[in-house]
Design a protein around this ligand. Structure first.
Ligand code: SER
Length: 599
């Protein structure tokens, strides 16, 4: 784990907003198109729940699809990574962060990418070249040693002793899921004023001397399901710089929580918490920021017991538990959420637009959980007095979940604090039994990837458009919108806003309309047009600025016209027979349909 021990040798005072602006302006000057941040919920990627990097929404374009904005792009992408959620509380880990990124889609490659990064860091930000260290890929049986990148760095003046060759664990990035674009990377580090006793100290050492600031990935491979790497049609560059970490480092802060983006929220804690506990403070600051962005996302997720909604629920509930630890009245948690909306409103318009919803959903979840938390904790404390073997049974953990709303992760955390273990397998068994009883389906979320079974997913993607078109027809309501979409090679899953269960008859009608469109063998037509024209033509879809000014509109004459990145089947006749397998609630006001295409 990286610790922000000592300050950077030469501090560079910069605000988050200044860094965002400098970065975008710099790459726009180098002919990159500025694209907006995509939603936190990935489209059609069954392998992950959240957008984890700037490249994530760009996967189809890295695989060779034409991007409507061109082949040089720059953006600031909101990202969520929950893998390190247990590390939150230290100086650097956050579940939400912003990633500054620039891309070449088959345009420039290593030389220009490295030159741009060097120019930006030394000229725009004014970092002393002597404070920069570099790592490059050492090579293995999958890909050769990256001497080309090293030579570019040498040419720019970084001496050999500050260029380190490291293995795949360190200098390879991707794919974002299990399959897809990936490649060797060169990483840029700032050298800090830290003395290390390790004679082999390098950026791989965790003494804190080297802090990564930027990662330039040279995406030239497509990882297959069998683990092999095949060369991509086009060579891409994908870079990523974490906004919060970079600002903290340049300013010489000891942790990311000291930067300007947290100031307003931190004030609420400082003014109202009775106990000053660093870890508690950081967990609340982090989790509520992530929750604010999830609730305010254009895809509008809400707390629930599955998928993204469950992660959101976990974050909010954990923050509530820590409010209890620092003796902060839970009503102040809303003030923190409001502080974030205010802080980010200029850059992320969706937060302001969805402010009412964010606060309403947030307060509902706080109310739901605060009621049972106290009782649940009491029960927990009493219970552990009577457990001799220091193992909390699966049944008990399940009861804490079912009766008091304790996410299993919270029970594990509480148990750990008391020196107990939890029988997680036993819990899962209870959970499954319960789930089987209530007939909820289980997910195959971690299998497959966007690039797999490309044709099957493209067909299901087209079926998803027909499904939304059919919903509009059956309910004569164009305001029904996509709230989430997840496609595997086997099935589609589509979430949309609707406030009641659909009847058998309605479901049958929807199926009939989709199958009618399939039988008619209608071509699926893709056109690129300015976003205003798409809107004027009545295309549906999420009109964020995700695709910038020029957008792709996919039409199926008489049935659907939708803003979308693709890919799709060429004609509806390729689809086979459409069958709805299940209709259920996804979260409040949102329904979920699962459907398949039969041969
Ligand atoms: N995808 C790479 C990362 O996440 C570079 O953007 O670091």
């Amino acid at each position: 784990m990286i610790k922000f021990k000592n300050a950077i040798k030469q501090k560079i005072m910069i605000t988050s907003n200044q860094l965002r602006k400098k970065y975008i302006d710099f790459f726009v000057k180098k002919n990159h198109a500025h694209i907006g941040s995509a939603s936190l919920i990935p489209d059609n990627d069954p392998t992950v729940l959240f957008t984890t990097a700037g490249m994530h929404p760009l996967v189809p374009y890295l695989l060779g699809e034409k991007h409507p904005q061109g082949n040089r792009l720059v953006n600031v992408q909101k990202c969520v990574r929950t893998g390190d959620i247990d590390e939150v509380g230290d100086a650097t880990h956050c579940t939400f962060f912003e990633m500054l990124g620039n891309w070449s889609l088959g345009d420039y490659f290593k030389k220009e990418s490295i030159e741009y990064s060097y120019e930006f860091l030394t000229k725009e930000l004014g970092i002393n070249p002597k404070d920069i260290a570099i790592t490059v890929f050492a090579g293995d049986s999958d890909a050769p040693k990256d001497t080309e990148s090293a030579n570019h760095w040498l040419r720019l003046g970084i001496p050999n002793e500050r260029i380190f060759y490291l293995d795949k664990v360190h200098n390879w990035w991707g794919p974002a899921g299990q399959t897809g674009p990936c490649g060797p990377d060169t990483e840029i580090f700032i050298i800090r004023d830290v003395k290390c006793d390790n004679p082999d100290c390098s950026p791989a050492c965790n003494c804190g001397k080297y802090v990564e600031i930027w990662n330039n990935v040279f995406m030239e491979y497509n990882k297959q399901e069998d683990g092999s790497y095949i060369p991509l049609k086009q060579k891409n560059v994908d870079t990523g710089m974490g906004l919060e970490r970079t600002v903290a480092m340049l300013n010489g802060n000891k942790s990311v929580y000291e930067i300007d983006l947290f100031e307003k929220a931190l004030k609420v804690l400082n003014n109202n918490a009775k106990i000053q506990d660093e870890k508690g403070f950081r967990i609340i600051l982090d989790h509520l920021r992530t929750a604010t962005f999830m609730l305010g996302d254009e895809k509008g997720i809400t707390p629930s017991n599955v998928d993204q909604g469950y992660v959101l629920r976990r974050l909010i509930r954990r923050a509530i538990r820590y409010a209890r630890v620092i003796e902060l009245d839970v009503s102040y948690l809303t003030d923190i959420v409001k502080a974030y909306i205010e802080e980010y409103a200029d850059f992320y318009k969706e937060l302001k637009e969805n402010e009412e919803k964010i606060i309403k959903e947030f307060e509902q979840e706080v109310e739901r959980f605060s009621k049972t938390l106290e009782q649940g904790i009491k029960r927990f404390e009493k219970m552990i007095e009577h457990i001799p073997n220091k193992i909390i049974s699966g049944q008990t953990a399940f009861r804490l979940y079912d009766t008091f709303g304790f996410p299993i992760e919270m029970t594990i955390e509480l148990a750990k604090e008391e020196g107990f273990d939890v029988d997680v397998r036993g819990y899962e068994q209870c959970f499954e039994e319960h789930r089987a009883k209530s007939q909820a389906g289980s997910e195959q979320r971690f299998k497959g990837g966007l690039a797999d079974n490309k044709e099957a997913t493209a067909r299901l993607h087209t079926a998803t458009h027909l499904l939304l078109g059919a919903l509009h027809k059956v309910f004569d309501d164009p305001n029904i919108q996509q709230r989430g979409s997840n496609i595997t090679a086997e099935r589609l899953r589509f979430d949309f806003n609707f406030d009641r269960a659909l009847t058998e008859e309605e479901l049958k009608k929807i199926e009939d309309i989709v199958n009618e469109a399939i039988l008619k063998a209608i071509p699926v037509v893709c056109r690129e047009m300015p976003i205003e024209d798409a809107r004027a033509e009545g295309a549906c879809g999420i009109f964020g600025d995700k695709y910038g000014d020029i957008v792709k509109v996919y039409s199926i004459e008489g049935y659907s016209k939708e803003l979308c990145g693709g890919p799709h089947a060429a004609n509806t006749k390729e689809l086979g027979k459409f069958k709805i397998q299940k209709e259920q609630s996804s979260s409040s006001g949102v329904r979920r349909i699962r459907a398949t295409l039969e041969e």
